[in-house]
Design a binder for this molecule. Structure first.
Ligand code: EFW
Length: 246
């Protein structure tokens, strides 16, 4: 998977290329992350990439020319016809389905803006999709871009210990994840649920599915709205709701 990142702060992207499973994925050649800095493509001798907004208003905007030329370089380094995504609060909400789509593209160029935003003509002419990681404003698009790099990289075969992790990821099943425990069996008066130490894999699988369903019902009922429950799932959820006095 190829990621091109247009950013004024390429060092920030070290957070995904120099740590954890994504670092190993870079070292193994499973993913490639290129940073292109618009400041390297400014035409004025002061290296300005921003200017005041027409029509007035607070702050500065990123100008077209440095972004356009940085994108040109990014496209030349990326596979042919790589799509361009701009990180923005005005974008479609990132979710498991969109992460899966971006993974299926095989490559993506991510624009991480700064200041108050970027000139609309860049969006008009260069951007295929605006994507938001949530309804809040950040100082730059780098953190949202790294969310995409991390989430998409986890779908690349070989990046995670075993592919099952990615499939088991909560949203892969459309449900929230079950609670997880590790040693010791008891600490501070809190015990691990007995079923998890029973060695009965069928019971453990059912308990985990029940927890996924119950927690999703309690915390994210919207995720259950369009889900047709199997007979077993319906039974497990009803049991959970009774046990939890719903
Ligand atoms: N919710 C989000 O995904 C998001 C994305 C970008 C962002 N801020 C950048 C800085 C200037 C403009 O390019 C947009 N804030 C929030």
């Amino acid at each position: 998977m190829y990621f091109g990142v247009i950013t004024l702060f390429p060092e920030m992207i070290d957070a995904v290329t120099k740590f954890g499973v994504t670092r190993r994925a870079c070292e193994n050649g499973l993913i490639k992350v290129d940073c292109i800095n618009p400041r390297d493509y400014t035409e004025d001798k002061f290296g300005n990439v921003d200017d005041k907004p027409y029509g007035g208003g607070p702050g500065m905007l990123m100008q077209v020319q440095p972004l356009r030329d940085a994108l040109r370089v990014a496209r030349s380094q990326a596979p042919k016809d790589t799509k361009v995504v701009c990180m923005s609060p005005q974008g479609v909400q990132l979710n498991h389905s969109l992460v899966t789509d971006i993974h299926s593209w095989g490559s993506v160029i991510l624009i991480a803006g700064r200041y108050e935003g970027i000139d609309e003509r860049v969006l008009q002419k260069e951007v295929d999709l605006e994507v938001s990681v949530g309804d809040y404003v950040l100082s730059g698009g780098e953190l949202p871009a790294m969310c995409i790099i991390d989430a998409v990289s986890r779908m690349v075969p070989g990046v995670l210990g075993n592919i099952q992790n990615a499939q088991e990821d909560s949203f892969a099943q459309g449900l929230l994840h079950f609670p997880q425990y590790t040693r010791p069996e008891e600490i501070d008066g809190m015990r691990v649920p007995e079923v998890l130490m029973s060695g009965n894999h069928e019971k453990i699988r059912n308990w985990r599915l029940q927890q996924c369903l119950g927690r999703t019902y309690e915390r994210r009922p919207d995720l259950l709205k369009n889900r047709v429950l199997t007979k077993l799932e319906r039974k497990l959820l009803d049991e959970y709701l009774q046990e939890h006095d719903f």
